[in-house]
Ligand binder design. Structure first.
Ligand code: ADP
Length: 443
């Protein structure tokens, strides 16, 4: 118990005792005790009323000069008030620092509620996303930026990668957007200006496309002449002395031609419009043709090529592109499987996915290489790839084509045991086999 409370109790006790003694003297003890109690009640009610009035209206930070219990109460209030004021000051300074930081940030930052409602945004968001302050606060962001890819991006809670989007408020500006969930039900949308990077990437793509295009004609001419020289009769004096170098030159120029053709194909896939897949393709027949070509390529290596096809599954897609993916995966299996090895080609579906699968019993790929196989010119064993006539671009092209079909390429492999390369297509690309079958056309 504090000293003030002890004093207060003493005061009441002594007052009551004095009232009792005086009351006994004059014969009105009860009346005097009641008067003393009423006086104490009045004093405390008045103090309570003053405290209430002070809490409601007073702006003074100092406690009034009151003694006793009420002085203590005022002091405690004052102390709590001081502590709260300090905490508030600290919070305000944090908030100001945070505001200054986000103001200085070049990236647009928007705080969203779970349903996409805008709670807060910084200055860069006004500039880059065209948001207006304060009108757009509490608006749903997908009502303000109505680009379908953005709306789908916002809805897809599992997506981790960024979305590239033209800025809604500036022509020629490209933004890269990420959404990060935080707290209980908030999301942070961050948009970065990647125009410069985008331009560089475009320049690189244009350069590769133009260079490949320009190389095509001279290579065709060189190939033609080298072929003519290779075809000279064996007893021709030129062939006698230059036959071997001409053969090597011809081989190399053919290799260069395939690289240029593959680079052009990649450029077309990267820059061309994403196709809407409306062709219904007889994949089972296509897979049989691919298997037959694989057997021809295998030739003397005499691989055992098994085919397991679900004839009921057809697909909507680009016929020539899919043919190129399937042949690439099978030809790789043939190239990287020793003679007499087993290769299985499968075409089947599960509840959610359709698979084109090539399993081989070949050399396999070590785990550290697997994720890099789809990079351009990445080869585990450059010598072996060259011997097999590879360009190092096949899987990069396959990956692009599959992405064009909303499909993925997955690779499982064990060194010395073999590999499984899978094209995984979404079930919504499946098409019904038509009543009257059309012959498959492969260009
Ligand atoms: P390449 O023209 O060199 O075959 P790809 O892009 O098709 O180029 O393949 C890239 C690399 O992936 C190859 O060089 C090879 O090292 C590896 N690879 C591809 N398929 C297989 C396979 N079935 N078995 C083992 N390695 C493979």
């Amino acid at each position: 118990m504090s000293a003030q409370w002890a004093d207060e109790l003493w005061r009441i006790g002594l007052s009551l005792l004095a009232a009792l003694l005086l009351g006994l003297l004059i014969g009105h003890a009860l009346l005097l005790i009641c008067l003393v109690l009423a006086l104490f009640l009045f004093l405390h009610l008045r103090a309570l009323y003053r405290l209430d009035a002070r809490l409601r209206h007073s702006k003074s930070y100092n406690p009034p000069d009151v003694g006793g219990v009420w002085g203590e109460v005022y002091y405690l209030f004052y102390r709590a008030q001081q502590r709260q004021r300090k905490r508030k000051k600290l919070l305000v300074s944090y908030l100001n620092r945070f505001k200054m930081m986000t103001k200085a940030m070049p990236d647009a930052t928007v705080v969203l509620r779970q349903d996409g409602e805008i709670e807060w945004f910084n200055k860069a968001a006004r500039r880059q996303l065209g948001l207006r302050h304060p009108q757009d606060l509490a608006q749903r962001i997908d009502n303000l930026i109505r680009v379908p890819s953005f709306v789908a991006f916002l809805r897809d809670k599992n997506r981790s990668g960024p979305l590239e989007l033209p800025s809604p408020s500036h022509d020629n500006v490209t933004l890269s957007l990420v959404v990060v969930p935080y707290g209980k039900d908030r999301r942070l949308l961050v948009a970065r200006d990647v125009t410069q990077l985008h331009r560089l990437e475009e320049t690189r793509r244009d350069f590769v496309a133009n260079a490949s295009h320009e190389l095509r004609t001279p290579l065709t001419v060189i190939n033609g002449y080298l072929e003519m020289m290779s075809d000279l009769p064996e007893n021709d004096p030129f062939k006698k002395s230059w036959g071997s170098p001409v053969r090597v030159m011809h081989e190399q120029s053919l290799r260069m031609t395939s690289i240029v053709e593959d680079l052009l194909m990649l450029s077309r896939l990267e820059t061309g419009p994403r196709e809407v897949h409306s062709d219904v393709i007889d994949i089972p027949s296509m897979v049989r043709i691919v298997a037959e070509e694989g057997r021809v390529l295998s030739g003397d290596k005499k691989h055992l090529i098994n085919v397991d096809i679900d004839d009921s599954i057809w697909l909507r897609g680009n016929q020539a592109q899919l043919f190129s993916v399937f042949t690439n995966l099978l030809f790789n299996a043939v190239h990287y499987t020793p003679a007499g090895g087993e290769i299985s080609i499968r075409w089947y579906a599960t509840d959610a996915t359709i698979f084109f699968e090539v399993e081989d019993s070949g050399v396999g790929v070590a785990p550290q290489h697997i994720s890099r196989l789809t990079e351009r010119f990445y080869r585990v064993d450059v010598g072996r790839s060259r011997d097999a006539g590879g360009t190092g671009l096949g899987l990069a092209i396959a990956k692009h084509i599959l992405e064009n079909h909303d499909a993925r390429l997955t690779i499982e492999s064990t060194v010395g045991k073999g590999s499984i390369f899978r094209g995984c297509f979404p079930l919504n690309l499946a098409a019904k086999k038509p009543k009257r079958e059309r012959p498959v056309m492969v260009s």
